[in-house]
Design a protein around this ligand. Structure first.
Ligand SMILES: [Zn+2]
Length: 247
């Protein structure tokens, strides 16, 4: 099992990658479950992902509150992560972002976000849309308490991604690399689908069999998966922080 320092370092890399790939900007965040205590998770304090360093990582409990006395401001929407980790023991890492190309799929009923390209297969065949107004009425649309987080986690169910109406998305993965990869390809899949719709005619989605075949071939530290992580980390200027597990 990876040590705390390894996990914290990987989380810094994930923040930088998501910023460089424009999945997040000043807002949006990524978290990882604590390697030794499944009832805790690590996430940055309230700072833009591109600026996150190891010293910015804080440890929170599954109610979204810090486990130690913490004077620094925390992300308002940390409850998204807390509630998903609480509801899904199989989830190791979570991303929340507002990537623009995904937003139409939380707004328009006409077309569901589903995989149309091979690299989009990991979002899964079902991407539910969560509308905060359904149970909380008129809000500022942000997930600012654990009840709202739990409502979102319930909508996510056993899926990998949920759209958040008029706001963004939440993605849950079995590993940090997986959730980063999913979050990078989610806007690309969304763009491809929007453009295909513009061309007109029938949309050919990936079949369930194709999605399953892609999933079967996935391993978080395979050469192919690592290749992307290594590429993204170098592009984001933090290639020197990389260390493959077991090295
Ligand atoms: Zn948000």
């Amino acid at each position: 099992m990876s040590s705390y320092d390894d996990i914290a370092r990987d989380l810094v890399i994930a923040n930088r990658i998501l910023a460089k790939e424009e999945v997040v900007d000043a807002y949006g965040h990524v978290s990882i479950r604590h390697p030794d205590n499944p009832n805790r998770f690590l996430i940055a304090r309230s700072v833009a992902p591109d600026l996150v360093g190891a010293e910015d990582i804080v440890e929170l409990a599954l109610d979204g509150q810090p486990v130690r006395d913490e004077k620094r401001t925390l992300y308002l929407e940390r409850f998204i992560h807390a509630a998903i980790f609480e509801a899904r023991p199989d989830v190791t890492a979570v991303v929340h972002a507002h990537a623009e190309d995904t937003l139409p799929f939380g707004i328009a009923d006409a077309t569901k976000l589903r995989p149309v390209i091979h690299s989009g297969s990991f979002i899964g065949s079902e991407v539910p849309v969560w509308d905060i107004a359904d149970n909380f009425g008129d809000t500022n649309l942000l997930v600012t308490n654990i009840e709202q987080g739990r409502d979102l986690a319930k909508c996510l169910g056993g899926n990998n991604v949920a759209m958040m109406r008029g706001h963004g998305f939440a993605a849950a993965g079995r590993s940090l690399i997986e959730v980063v990869r999913m979050s990078v390809y989610l806007p690309r899949n969304a763009r491809a689908l929007i453009r295909a719709k513009q061309l007109g005619g029938r949309i050919r989605y990936l079949s369930q069999g194709e999605i399953d075949a892609r999933n079967r071939g996935y391993s978080p530290y395979s050469t192919e998966t690592w290749r992307a992580w290594e590429y993204w980390a170098n592009k984001a200027g933090c290639g020197d922080m990389l260390r493959r597990p077991g090295e």
